[in-house]
Design a protein around this ligand. Structure first.
Ligand code: FES
Ligand code: FES
Length: 152
């Protein structure tokens, strides 16, 4: 099985074909930014971008994605060159425990590609499936707006 992750073609044993993408990312490839929260598509902690859309990697069967482009938080930016969303997240001091935040940023990245200057309502609609038990929602919104400014 071949998957294209962050622009790199990864060849994996066929044993992984029926597994959720989240498990492949974390256990086969060591890309542990996407988190296991619920495993049911209900929390958003595992969010990645697939063909430009924010998707829940716990619900995606890896073998169905051979023709897709998968992006994870590890491909969004680098410590020495963070994506504007990652810079804004740091400047706004968004994370508390941090568990949900990779998923939050991937949903935000998908939003800003389609809607470079989102309104509050558009942010709320795009982010509503990403839960944060630490309640960082206001700072997430501020960081998305800051990143939108930086990208414009
Ligand atoms: S772990 Fe995928 S949505 Fe919760
Ligand atoms: S920062 Fe703790 S769950 Fe979001």
């Amino acid at each position: 099985m071949k998957l294209t992750i962050n622009g790199v073609v990864q060849t994996l044993p066929d044993d992984w074909r029926e597994e959720p993408l989240l498990y492949v990312l974390r256990e086969a490839l060591g890309l542990v930014g996407a988190k296991f929260g619920c495993g049911l598509g209900q929390c958003g902690a595992c969010t990645v971008i697939i063909d430009g859309e924010a998707r829940r990697s716990c619900l995606e069967i890896a073998g169905s994605l051979e023709d897709s482009l998968v992006e994870t938080i590890e491909g969004l930016g680098k410590p020495e060159q963070p994506h504007p969303l990652q810079s804004a997240w740091m400047e706004q001091r968004v994370p508390q425990c941090g568990y949900c935040q990779a998923g939050q940023m991937m949903s935000a990245a998908a939003l800003l590609r389609k809607t470079p200057r989102p309104s509050d309502d558009e942010i709320e609609a795009a982010m509503e499936g990403n839960l944060c038990r630490c309640g960082t929602y206001r700072r997430i919104r501020a960081a998305i707006k800051q990143a939108a400014e930086a990208l414009s």
